[in-house]
Every structure is written in structure tokens, then in C-alpha cells.
Write a protein that binds this ligand. Structure first.
Ligand SMILES: Cc1ncc(COP(=O)(O)O)c(C=O)c1O
Length: 383
């Protein structure tokens, strides 16, 4: 099936980042200074401005969102074999950061509406061995965190908030990334703001700040004995060039969030009456969808499979991306026997088999959104 349209022959990528004129000015300025590695004023400025924007005291810029998770978790200084609760439905980085430290990942299923960890299930998974929970906000809505935070405070369980996908999103009236003992962000090209590759850790706790800063930079020793290292760290530094780009991007964050919501609203209005698919609402009880990406899930009553839909969109030059693969089904974890082979997380499995997201990057044009939605409606009409 081929759709007739002027746009038909123009490939629409799943993400096109937006580079602002300020980004170019700052990157050029950075290059002119010669400070192109991680030493340099843009790194500090980016950290300061990002911490201010989210409203946290300390910021540590790092090379990716994955690095941010590794560092944040190690900063908690947990003993091996203790348990860390994480979502079954998210990027593999979460489980990797737990496993790299010899800790035990305990999975929680997501719901089928917000696609986030189910708060009651998180509470049920808390055991005597639980030392931390990684609360991961997926795609557009935050996790409903109130009760989880209350119980964690009472039981002294630490919270890492993975806010990689929801920069600028609020839970009730407060920004995501202000609830965890530490919070983490990613600045990959498809995130709300980008540094190409990059990430950030935020905290209000000076001890975690010191430890995270050291872990980012190979845990170098004191000035007098620099090459005598304090702990097992990493080189997870962000470059000054990347930070310069981040500074420019951050100046445009209000526009970015507004545009992301516009893209989401447009897709929503064009697809909401299609009974073959589930799309998320514009708002829920505790937040307004920030539409990091626009996700679509094929309904149980539909006769067409996700992979066929995706293929048909591809023949019409529309790139999509399938939803995450559930953690307990990852081939590497099966081989390593990390999770019980009887483990079942039906919602994560359902989303993974039936979900995909549409082109939703900041570079997309309204005419392209209309074309994508029209093509998807047409593909689904025959089933
Ligand atoms: C929720 C979440 N956490 C962490 C990451 C890892 O970020 P990065 O790709 O910068 O390593 C991602 C990446 O997409 C993510 O979606």
C-alpha cells in the first residue's frame, strides 16, 4: 500500500534534532578558546544552569545517561547482593548499572496506560534486602511517586530518579528530577535537550556530589598525589564542546517543551478516534503529557501485527522505533540467568510486542505529522 502525497518520497526519520543559532555561537566560542576536553568554563556553566533549571543544588555533567546511572548508583555505596528495584520496561542501562555493582535487580511491571512502573507493585517488591529504587519516568508521564517516596523515607531506601526522557516535566507541581536522592538525565540526540551524547546527575546532598564528581573522573587522588587513585572510577567526563552545545539548548528549553507538546497534541487529535490503537491522553491525574516521543500501541482487537504496521510505514518512507524489549526477556540476561525463567511481566511484554513510536523529533514539520498520521490511519483501516 502506497499513499499518494507530495511527502511520500521524502524520508521522515524517527528523530531530527533541532540545532539553534545560540548552539552554534557557543560551540564556536568554545572551539576558539582551545578548551575542548572536559576542562573549561562551559561545563561549569552548563552544570550551574541545568541545576538551576531543575531546581537542585549540585550538578555533575557526564558523558551519557547510562554513565549518570552508573555513577549515581555507585555513589550510594551499597553493599553487594542487596536489592535494587527497577522497571521491567525501560532501557537496559538501568539493569546494567545494578549488575555492574554486584547488586540484584528486582523488576516491577508497568501499567498499560502511563507505561510506567506500577506504584503498588513497587511497594510489594520491597524486601529486607531492598536498598534503592530506580524510579524511571517513561516517554511522557512521570511515575506516580507519592506513596513510593513516603515508604522509602520511612524505610531509609534510597531513590534514584531516572528523568532521562522527561526533562522539564512536572509531577504535580514539582519538576521531575527533584524527588530522588540523586536524579539522572540523558542528552542523547533524541532527548529534550541534546549535547550529541551526554548526561547529568543532580543532587542536593554534598556527600553524593563529591563522590559522583570523583567517580566521573577516575577517582583521581589529591593534588599532591594525583595519580594515586581513591576508588574504582570511570572516565565519564562531558567535553567542553558538548557542554557549550548544552548551554545553547538549555536557553531554548521553554520553546522545546512547548513544541514537543504541540507535536503530541497534533498526533493526538489526528489519531484519537482510531479504535485499533491506544495512544496516551494529553493529561493524567498528576501531570500534563510532555510527549518525549509519540507512542502507539496496537490494541488487542486489531487484526494487524505491530511489525506489519511498521513495515508498511517504512514503505511510505516513515521511520518508527519499536518500544523497549522487556528486561527479563533480554537475551544476555537469559544467558546469564539473571531473572527467573518463570518471571512474567505481562504488561511490559505486551507493550514490547505491540508498541512503537512515530517520528517526534523537534525538526519535524506539521505537514510531516499530518502525513504520518494519515498514513497510519490508512494502514490500519484495512484491518
Ligand atoms: C529512561 C532512560 N534512561 C537512561 C537512558 C540512557 O541514556 P544514554 O543513551 O544517554 O546513555 C535512556 C536512553 O534513551 C533512557 O531512555
Amino acid at each position: 500500500m502506497k499513499i499518494k502525497s507530495k511527502l511520500r518520497n521524502n524520508f521522515i526519520p524517527v528523530n531530527t534534532p533541532k540545532i539553534f543559532s545560540k548552539d552554534k555561537i557557543y560551540v564556536k566560542k568554545c572551539l576558539n578558546t582551545g578548551w575542548i576536553s572536559s576542562e573549561g568554563s562551559f561545563v561549569k556553566l552548563f552544570e550551574k544552569n541545568f541545576a538551576k533549571y531543575i531546581n537542585r543544588k549540585y550538578a555533575i555533567a557526564v558523558s551519557s545517561g547510562t554513565a549518570a546511572l552508573d555513577i549515581a548508583l555507585k555513589s550510594l555505596n551499597l553493599k553487594k547482593n542487596y536489592e535494587v528495584i527497577i522497571p521491567a520496561y525501560s532501557i537496559i542501562s538501568t539493569a546494567l548499572s545494578v549488575l555492574k555493582l554486584g547488586l540484584k535487580p528486582v523488576l516491577v511491571d508497568c501499567d498499560l496506560y502511563n507505561w510506567n512502573m506500577i506504584p503498588d507493585d513497587v511497594l510489594k517488591k520491597i524486601s529486607k534486602k531492598t536498598r534503592a529504587i530506580i524510579i524511571t519516568h517513561i516517554y511522557g508521564f512521570p511515575v506516580d511517586m507519592k506513596e513510593i517516596i513516603r515508604v522509602c523515607n520511612k524505610k531509609n531506601i534510597k531513590i534514584i530518579e531516572d528523568a532521562a526522557e522527561v526533562i522539564g516535566q512536572k509531577y504535580k507541581k514539582r519538576k521531575c528530577g527533584t524527588f530522588g536522592d540523586l536524579s539522572t538525565f540523558s542528552f542523547y540526540a533524541n532527548k529534550h535537550i541534546t549535547t550529541g551524547e551526554g548526561g547529568m546527575i543532580l543532587t542536593n546532598n554534598n556527600k553524593y556530589f563529591q563522590k559522583s564528581s570523583s567517580l566521573r573522573n577516575l577517582c583521581f587522588g589529591s593534588e599532591k598525589d594525583r595519580f594515586n587513585h581513591d576508588d574504582i572510577g570511570w572516565n565519564y567526563r562531558l567535553t567542553n564542546i558538548q557542554a557549550a552545545l548544552g548551554c545553547g539548548q538549555l536557553e531554548n528549553i521553554s520553546w522545546i517543551i512547548k513544541r514537543k507538546r504541540e507535536i503530541g497534541k497534533m498526533y493526538h487529535s489526528l489519531l484519537k478516534s482510531n479504535s485499533k490503537i491506544y495512544i496516551q491522553p494529553l493529561t493524567n491525574k498528576f501531570s500534563k503529557n510532555i510527549f518525549w516521543v509519540f507512542g502507539v500501541v496496537i490494541n488487542k482487537n486489531s487484526k494487524i501485527k505491530r511489525n506489519e504496521v511498521v513495515e508498511k510505514l517504512k514503505t511510505n518512507n516513515i521511520q518508527t522505533r519499536n518500544f523497549f524489549h522487556p528486561m527479563h526477556k533480554q537475551k544476555i540476561f537469559k544467558r546469564m540467568k539473571i531473572f527467573s525463567k518463570w518471571a512474567k511481566f505481562p504488561n511490559a511484554e505486551y507493550l514490547s510486542k505491540n508498541g512503537f513510536y512515530l517520528p517526534s523529533g523537534l525538526g519535524i514539520k506539521n505537514s510531516q505529522i499530518r502525513y504520518v498520521a494519515k498514513t497510519l490511519n490508512k494502514v490500519l483501516k484495512n484491518y
